[in-house]
Design a protein around this ligand. Structure first.
Ligand code: PMV
Length: 353
């Protein structure tokens, strides 16, 4: 039987880049894993034509915007991804929201008399660079598409077409705001698990693995991802013969790393991570603090260590034998990092009961 709810809570995981950053912006593959710290979003369809947002984690309280003005005027940073996600969903599916709200709302039968009330809360600090904005975007698009679905009977079984549609619209939202990015973070939020991912979602291949013996260290430094992408792009313009070669080498090592992960050959995986770090250092995105933490981890016996993400700040990762993990974690702490206890391979976007 068809049933209509006017409220839903969904959650999506954060992400951690394992290998392939920067090169993945330019048509090469990367490997990304979803982490078990999640963004939760409650979306309610309301019969007033406003977007209402409460996102206390990013200092947004009682934000209101007429639905007809979405995307216009000044938008506080913490509200941007949510507002543009709602706008993009409406532009794609105006009939769905209008039609379904009429079915349960006797107060306002007109099509232009509906709105959305959203509350977000995140389990992870937006500081770590786990991709809270992308996770929130994916939650909004998924929640709206579930709330306005024509056929709710099938809602337990999201087909791969549905997942790709959620990825595409969420990725468009991120690009509308940031202008750049491969979409790897959006893919992790949608699909979860560990993914072999090629630029723009040209290829998104989940691979079945268990936990990886990784240690994550947070540098305490925040640096702008888009600025780093731009800086690398400038180098590529001036030295295309060097930088394009580096991207190609990174693509090769990512392919090898995929095999190493699938065969649980963590020694090889560690060596490939070290190669990857060397290339990232050549691109100029390593940074002293991350380098200190990475070298400390290697000296303490890690198989390998590298930065994770755009570089300079956020996190580094190390891979080590189980009996070395604690020593490696201590070394990262001594180098000034904060070890973060998260599990990888978390579930993708889902409805929370
Ligand atoms: O800084 P992060 O965690 O958002 O990672 C950025 C990774 C890049 O490859 C530099 C950009 C991208 O969108 O792939």
């Amino acid at each position: 039987m068809k049933q209509f709810n006017n409220s839903i809570t969904v959650s999506a995981p954060g992400k951690l880049m394992l290998l392939g950053e920067h090169a993945v912006v330019y048509g090469r593959p990367c490997i990304v894993t979803a982490v078990n710290q999640r963004m939760r979003v409650t979306v309610e369809l309301i019969d007033q034509p406003v977007l209402e947002l409460n996102a206390p984690d990013v200092q947004v309280t009682d934000y209101k915007k007429p639905m007809s003005n979405l995307g216009q005027g000044n938008i506080p940073t913490g509200a941007k991804f949510v507002e543009i996600a709602v706008k993009n969903f409406l532009n794609c599916h105006p009939e769905r929201l209008a039609k379904d709200i009429n079915l349960y709302s006797s107060a306002s039968p007109q099509n232009d008399k509906f709105g959305v009330k959203i509350t977000t809360s995140s389990e992870f600090s937006s500081q770590f660079g786990f991709g809270s904005s992308s996770a929130a975007t994916v939650c909004i698009i998924y929640a709206l598409s579930e709330l306005t679905r024509q056929n709710l009977d099938n809602k337990q079984s999201l087909r791969s077409d549905d997942l790709k549609a959620i990825f595409d619209l969420s990725y468009k939202t991120v690009l509308d705001i940031q202008g750049k990015g491969s979409g790897f973070d959006v893919a992790a939020a949608v699909y979860g698990g560990t993914l072999y991912f090629v630029t723009d979602g040209k290829l998104i291949k989940p691979f079945k693995i268990d936990q990886l013996p990784i240690i994550i260290g947070y540098s305490g430094i925040k640096f702008d991802t888009v600025r780093l992408i731009d800086e690398v792009a400038k180098k590529a313009e001036k030295y295309p013969f060097i930088i394009n070669n580096i991207y190609d080498q990174i693509a090769k090592l990512v392919k090898k790393a995929k095999k190493a992960i699938l065969t649980t050959d963590f020694i090889t995986l560690g060596e490939l991570m070290n190669f990857n770090e060397g290339y990232l250092s050549t691109l100029g995105v390593e940074g002293k603090k991350l380098a200190d933490m990475i070298y400390a981890a290697r000296d303490a016996g890690a198989y390998g260590a590298k930065l994770s993400g755009a570089g300079i700040g956020d996190c580094m990762i190390a891979i080590a034998a189980e009996d070395k993990k604690q020593t490696v974690a201590n070394a990262i702490t001594q180098a000034g990092g904060q070890v973060i206890d998260v599990k990888v391979n978390a579930k993708g976007v889902r409805i929370e009961l």
